[in-house]
Design a protein around this ligand. Structure first.
Ligand SMILES: Cc1cc2nc3c(=O)[nH]c(=O)nc-3n(C[C@H](O)[C@H](O)[C@H](O)COP(=O)(O)OP(=O)(O)OC[C@H]3O[C@@H](n4cnc5c(N)ncnc54)[C@H](O)[C@@H]3O)c2cc1C
Length: 401
């Protein structure tokens, strides 16, 4: 295995998937940044990364205004992808399949939560609407709404987008602009005598690389990376299951990403195929290499829920399935972004709890701003900073799928 080209870099990014690559690319975009960037990725096939297991959807139905605005930037970025990438004609134009997320409430308490959330979303300019069961049935006759009290949906910039193409182009463009991607595993970090700065990272190969700043973009392994500098963060790898199925009787219109009150979600995938996702009630932290499928979960829980909600899905056939890991923030289900309180050049980019793909444009841009200016310039991501964990003040995102 070759060593990185240099022994010292201004910015070292640990993890070269969606978040690491977004940060690298936005650094190359920032006119005030002229430093050197090394992205260290242990697995260039990304076989176990969250990024390659994603369901690749975006929504504006969050309970915190900043999360709505973060997704609005994602929507703008995706819809103007080529322009953002400098008008490069090799870059494809992208769009969002805006069939919306349909949240279904079967209790008064959850209906009230939807009513509360919509105020936050409207204040940020989102197009969410509440629907009575009758209205839902009229617009989407295939749902069984017998137990439903209220629904909420937004069909503006909410639905599927092609995250992997964005990821591929961030990597390609970053490399073309001088970012170095190195295949290797960071196994240790050295701090200065005062313990206030990371001075170098050590790779499994034994290579020691000096760094001006270091970014923890290691996804579900965020804790492992943080512990290299003696820091604990409340992020766990949690299993999330995905199934693709075809239906004997496909629906006559696009299926919104439907969040059943049970937590199971299902959406349109291909023309006549659908994607379902969920997890078991027992939802512990798992080993980093545990990607075992739970077949009973589909048979005993997910499929019965789907067939009850959409009786037309009584006869369906699973054609693909996979297991991925969320980097789940157990403290408040929100991202942890920006510097550590004492190790000042250790920058977090962690804990996205299942909504990180859509947050990658805003989070990468903000992290590049922090690395360049020591401040967030466009969107103020201060609420996501690590110091809230020290203060034990949660910044809760209630709308987690
Ligand atoms: C099933 C599933 C469905 C999802 N659906 C959605 C969705 O619909 N919408 C949405 O917005 N988000 C979704 N997400 C979440 C989203 O995919 C993630 O938040 C996002 O991909 C996180 O990217 P990341 O770069 O932080 O982490 P990852 O993609 O996990 O990348 C981390 C990288 O760091 C590398 N690494 C780790 N440790 C080291 C080390 N010591 N040295 C070198 N390299 C290291 C790893 O090899 C890996 O490539 C979903 C996630 C899953 C699992």
């Amino acid at each position: 295995m070759t060593a990185p080209q240099k022994t010292s870099y201004d910015v070292v990014i640990v993890g070269g998937a969606m978040m690491g690559s977004s940060t690298a690319w936005f650094l190359t975009e920032n006119p005030d940044f002229d430093g050197s960037v090394l992205v260290i990725e242990k697995d260039p096939t990304y076989e176990f990364a969250s990024t390659t297991h994603t369901n690749s959807c975006m929504r504006q139905q969050f309970s915190t205004e900043i999360n709505v605005r973060i997704s609005q930037f994602a929507a703008d970025f995706v819809k103007n992808f080529r322009a953002y990438m400098g008008g490069d004609e090799r870059v494809p134009e992208l769009s969002i399949q805006s069939y919306g997320y349909m949240y279904l409430a079967d209790t008064d308490a959850f209906a009230d939560t939807l009513r509360e959330n919509i105020k936050v979303q409207h204040a940020a300019g989102a197009g969410t609407v509440l629907m009575t069961p009758d209205q839902i049935k009229q617009a989407y006759p295939f749902y069984n709404v017998d137990d439903i009290k209220l629904g909420s949906i937004n069909t503006v910039d909410e639905g599927y987008w092609d995250g992997i193409t964005v990821f591929d182009w961030w990597r390609k463009s970053s490399k073309e602009r001088g970012v170095e991607y190195h295949t290797g595993e960071v196994v240790a970090m050295t701090r200065n005598a005062a313990g206030t700065r990371v001075e170098s990272v050590t790779l499994a190969s034994g290579a020691v690389i000096a760094c001006g700043q270091v970014v923890n973009a290691s996804g579900p392994r965020a804790v492992e990376t943080a512990r290299m500098v003696g820091i604990d963060i409340p992020v766990e790898p949690r299993k999330r299951f995905t199934w693709i199925f075809s239906a004997e009787q496909p629906l006559d219109r696009d299926l919104p990403l439907t969040i059943d009150p049970s937590g199971v979600h299902v959406r349109q995938d291909g023309k006549t195929t659908y994607l379902a996702g969920g997890h078991s009630d027992y939802d512990p932290a798992v080993a980093y290499d545990d990607f075992t499928m739970d077949h009973a979960l589909w048979q005993d829980h997910i499929w019965p829920v789907i067939a009850t909600r959409i009786p037309q899905f009584e006869t369906i056939k699973v054609i693909n399935e996979w297991v991925g890991h969320y980097a789940y923030n157990t403290f408040d289900h929100n991202a942890i972004v920006g510097p550590h309180t004492h190790v000042e050049n250790f920058i977090f980019l962690n804990g996205f709890s299942g909504h990180g793909l859509q947050q990658s444009p805003a989070m990468g841009r903000a992290t590049a701003e922090w690395l360049t200016h020591g401040a967030f310039k466009t969107l103020d991501l201060t609420p996501f900073r690590y110091d809230r964990i020290v203060r034990e003040e949660t910044f809760v995102e209630k709308a987690v799928i």
